[in-house]
Design a protein around this ligand. Structure first.
Ligand SMILES: Nc1ncnc2c1ncn2[C@@H]1O[C@H](COP(=O)(O)OP(=O)(O)OP(=O)(O)O)[C@@H](O)[C@H]1O
Length: 565
């Protein structure tokens, strides 16, 4: 932001110089007219001065926008970068789709509005507010102090009027941004849910929702433009006309009194146009100013958001093992509704622990806490013996890899998508990872191999193949701790077999937290922990738990009954 402040200053000074050249031009013009009215030819010095002032004015008029528009472009790039870095710090897990659409709109449209605001509005408007003082000084010095004094009475009305307009329309411009953000959210929703909408034949109905959001935005823009027209009218009808008429009347009165000559009278009227310039600018670019100010507020509010999980800057721990520990951990998404209560868990290095329990019992929350996407309300979580609250989040994330229920694939090639996990990996390493993930034969069968485009959000790959890309990424990242969040829950039986075989290879020698619904996948775990209603209710091996009378034994009996029927 300091760079943009510098540019705004350059633009302020540039506009001052331009106004100075204009004032000199008009004074000299008055002088020339005075000479001609007296029947004399203006001398060479006067003519040269006129040309010089004209050229200088043109140079500044061209240079100021050039400087500010370039600065605006750079500001756009920098602001987007800052927003993105901030979002990384905030973490995404708690963001809803509504917020995602809003964020896209903030980081594209609002950023553009802010950059235009700085480039074409703020500098010139700040400069123009001060220019009338100089013009009045020039009138007092070179034409007539009395006239300058009388005109000076009207000058404070300029910032006052701008202030009143700003306040009056702040709501309209904030409303405009809210409406634009809502439209972006609806659009994102429609695009992501396109196949669902088609499936239920709701494309038309949702189209009407979009059309309504679009119409709301049109109306919001119209309100902003209507405000602009009101201001233009007030500026033209009241200020410009009033100020120039006042200057003309004063010029005639003072001329009749013999205080000023014809040339000075003409210069006075011409300089009066300079006095109303700030308001003229406000009128012309009011919508840019208001849109920009709303954008500034929106971006500031986003940048002021604090991460739900604070990070620590300290050094990464020097020694570590691959153990995981939850000590008396409690957590609630919403105050008063505990999701986990006093959870104690210990996974020894290299141990495979399965977490089972009814839907909503808190299994995914345990995984999110371990990855430090969430922070516990009470208790301590240790990775490799270190309290995750006391070590940098990046270090914790280095220790852990997640293979989740679905895999996000970026638009790009298979190679790009694998290298997300290891940017420096060469092709040999990529193929080796694909072999472990049971995906090498498939990729080899593709004409473009690793260069095959994955399509937007991975639409070129089946769900099972995408899951195996995720396993290959885990191989490449090679972290000591693995979270398997039901990676086979969304695939068919054949894919499941391929994925399970790949997981068998991946998990060798690693500490594993498996989150599982299906009993078939947890049988081989070293230990099973049952979570019910946010509390650990049982733990032991498959054999130990199945002979008991708890949730696990009931679930096993149910599964066996289903299999035999
Ligand atoms: N972002 C959230 N905000 C508020 N409540 C949430 C949020 N995410 C989960 N919950 C609630 O927390 C509880 C535990 O959810 P969690 O996803 O951890 O359960 P789970 O055992 O993994 O369920 P499943 O097996 O169905 O995936 C649920 O009651 C759920 O509604």
């Amino acid at each position: 932001m300091s760079a943009i402040r510098g540019r705004v200053l350059v633009s302020v000074v540039g506009t001052w110089l331009q106004a100075l050249a204009t004032t000199a031009l008009l004074l000299l013009l008055g002088g020339a007219i005075g000479e001609i009215a007296a029947g004399r030819m203006p001398d060479g010095g006067l003519a040269a001065g006129l040309v010089a002032a004209g050229v200088l004015r043109a140079v500044f008029a061209a240079a100021v926008p050039a400087v500010t528009i370039r600065a605006g472009g750079r500001l756009e790039v920098r602001l987007r970068e800052r927003i993105y870095q901030h979002l990384l710090r905030l973490g995404a897990p708690l963001r809803s789709r509504e917020q995602t659409g809003h964020l896209v709109s903030t980081s594209t449209e609002a950023v553009e509005l802010v950059a235009t605001y700085y480039a074409t509005f703020l500098g010139p408007i700040m400069a123009s507010m001060t220019v009338p003082v100089w013009v009045l000084a020039a009138i007092a010095l070179f034409i007539d102090p009395w006239t300058a004094l009388i005109l000076a009475a009207a000058v404070p009305a300029i910032p006052l009027t701008v202030g009143v307009f700003e306040r009056a329309f702040a709501k309209v411009s904030a409303g405009y941004r809210d409406t634009a953000n809502r439209l972006a959210s609806r659009f994102l929703d429609a695009l992501q849910g396109l196949s669902t909408l088609k499936l239920f034949n709701q494309g038309g109905a949702h189209g009407r929702v979009l059309a309504k959001a679009s119409e709301d935005l049109r109306q919001a823009i119209m309100r902003l433009l209507a405000g602009n027209q009101v201001i233009l009218f007030v500026v033209d009808a009241v200020f410009s006309l009033g100020m120039i008429t006042a200057a003309a009347v004063l010029a005639m009165v003072r001329m009749r009194e013999g205080a000023i000559g014809v040339g000075e009278a003409v210069a006075l009227v011409l300089l009066a146009t300079q006095l109303v310039e700030p308001l003229d600018k406000v009128g012309q670019f009011f919508y840019v100013g208001m849109g920009g100010m709303a954008g500034v507020k929106e971006i500031k509010a986003l940048l002021a958001e604090r991460p739900a999980v604070p990070d620590t800057d300290g050094p990464a721990p020097a020694t570590t093992d691959a153990g995981v520990e939850f000590e008396d951990v409690s957590f609630a998404y919403l105050p008063g509704s505990p999701v986990l209560t006093g959870v104690n868990l210990r996974i020894a290095p290299g141990e495979k622990l399965a977490l089972v329990g009814p839907s909503g019992s808190g299994k995914s929350t345990v995984a999110a806490l371990l990855q430090r996407d969430l922070a516990p309300g009470r208790g301590v979580i240790r990775v490799g013996g270190h309290d995750v609250a006391a070590v940098p989040g990046a270090w914790t994330r280095e220790q852990i890899t997640v293979v989740a229920q679905t895999t996000y694939l970026f638009t790009g090639t298979l190679r790009d998508n694998l290298k997300v996990a290891a940017p420096d990996a060469d092709d040999e390493r990529l193929w080796q990872a694909l072999r472990v993930a049971n995906l090498d034969a498939f990729v080899r069968s593709l004409p473009a191999g690793l260069d095959t485009p994955t399509g937007e959000r991975g639409l070129m790959l089946s769900g099972g193949q995408a899951q195996r890309v995720s396993i290959a990424r885990a191989v490449l990242k090679d972290s000591p701790i693995l979270i398997l969040d039901e990676p086979t829950s969304n695939v068919d039986l054949e894919s499941e077999a391929a994925i399970l075989a790949a997981l068998d290879r991946l998990t060798v020698g690693r500490t594993v937290l498996m989150i599982a619904h299906r009993l078939s996948t947890v049988r081989d775990a070293d230990r099973i922990v049952v979570l019910e209603d946010g509390r650990v209710t049982e733990q032991g091996t498959h054999e130990e738990l199945r002979s008991g009378a708890g949730h696990y034994a009931r679930a096993v009996r149910r599964a066996e009954a289903e299999a035999s029927s």
